[in-house]
Design a protein around this ligand. Structure first.
Ligand code: MRU
Length: 343
């Protein structure tokens, strides 16, 4: 299941956006069809679809849905409707720049379509969303090929959160590098951080590893330090939600502590991300907006409450790893080393 490709959480079928509901994994595989951009926005907000590239792809299709929903009879009317949709989709999650990158790209295509017959604009937008999706899969495969070169034989690799097929249009970024290295027979073991509080590691990355037959072992996040101290981690690779022009990288909360640990123990820490995750407008990570999510995520494990309802919570969804802790950033255009210049 899951899309026309081998494993994809987001695809278009019969005029509807199909999303594999990631809130239900690993116990249920449910695909939901979306016909309205408002429902796509909800799906992004509630993590039905998540992961920086997947959010961007879903939002692009959301704009195509909005074109179908519009009853406008002039281009300016359609533009007004789609601007409302783009604003609504952009307001869902603040950190992953892929969302804004994809929406900007859709807006540019829309403006370029001003002189087309009105009934041609929707199909043009849909074609662009499909192109964004296809390009993401191709970028991930290229990243996998570049990144696998960083992986030594018999590697024990630690990863955090889910930067796999589920977080993208397919194949994955950090887990794409691991997939490619696994295909070359170089992966002895993947240490999968469970990734509190939303458990993307245990629910999603472990699920992908089981499906693909990638040897892995699940650990609680707090186990990483002792594994590194005992020499059981050869490298760390994670994805990214936004990379500033100097290489500072926002990713799932807990990534920064792994990078500090890796530096302390002499373990290389790598980031894998497509160019759509680089935000050239931000000189450093200080300007990256960090999403704060509902405290209820921290007061429970799954459906079980583990803290008093009255306890106030601080729940940042992401942190920023300074560029000087990152040994290399793997992109579809190759492997970048510090000092980072992406121009
Ligand atoms: O809150 P999430 O699950 O959307 O966070 C996802 C991550 O932090 C991923 O590591 C990142 O988006 C890269 S996905 C290829």
């Amino acid at each position: 299941m899951t899309g026309p490709d081998s494993l994809s959480p987001v695809w278009w079928a019969d005029g509807r956006l199909m999303l594999l509901d990631q809130t239900l994994l690993p116990t249920q595989e449910v695909v939901r069809a979306h016909e309205r951009w408002e429902d796509v926005a909800d799906a992004i907000r509630t993590l039905v679809v998540r992961g920086a590239p997947a959010i961007g792809v879903a939002a692009a299709f959301g704009v195509a849905l909005a074109a179908g929903q519009s009853r406008a009879t002039t281009f300016d009317g359609l533009l007004a409707d789609l601007e409302t949709a783009i604003k609504g989709l952009a307001a869902t999650r603040p950190t992953a720049v892929n969302l804004f990158w994809a929406l900007d790209r859709m807006k540019r295509v829309l403006l370029d379509a001003r002189d087309l017959p009105l009934d041609r604009v929707g199909p043009r937008l849909l074609a662009e969303a499909q192109a964004i999706r296809d390009a993401d899969i191709a970028a991930n495969r290229a990243m996998g090929a570049h990144g696998a070169g960083l992986v030594p034989a018999n590697a024990r690799i630690l990863t955090h959160c889910n930067a796999g097929a589920l977080a993208t249009a397919g194949y994955g970024t950090a887990l794409g590098v691991i997939r490619a290295a696994h295909a070359q027979g170089k992966v002895a073991l993947v240490w999968v951080d469970e990734t509190r509080p939303v458990m993307q590691g245990s629910r999603l990355t472990a699920w992908e590893c089981v499906r693909e037959g990638i040897p892995h072992r699940l650990i609680s996040d707090v186990a990483a330090a002792s594994l590194m101290a005992r020499g059981q981690v050869d490298l760390v690779v994670t994805g990214a939600d936004r990379i500033a022009a100097n290489g500072d990288t926002a990713n799932k909360i807990g990534t920064y502590s792994l990078a500090v640990l890796a530096r302390h123990h002499g373990v290389p820490f790598y980031v894998a991300a497509p160019f759509s995750t680089i935000d050239p407008a931000l000189p450093s990570g200080a300007g990256i907006p960090i999403e704060e999510r509902d405290g209820a995520e921290v007061r429970r494990v799954g459906a079980t409450q583990t803290a008093p309802s009255e306890s106030p919570v601080y729940n940042p969804a992401f942190d920023v790893t300074p560029a000087d802790l990152i040994a290399a950033i793997v992109t579809e255009r190759g492997v970048f080393r510090p000092p980072y210049r992406f121009g």
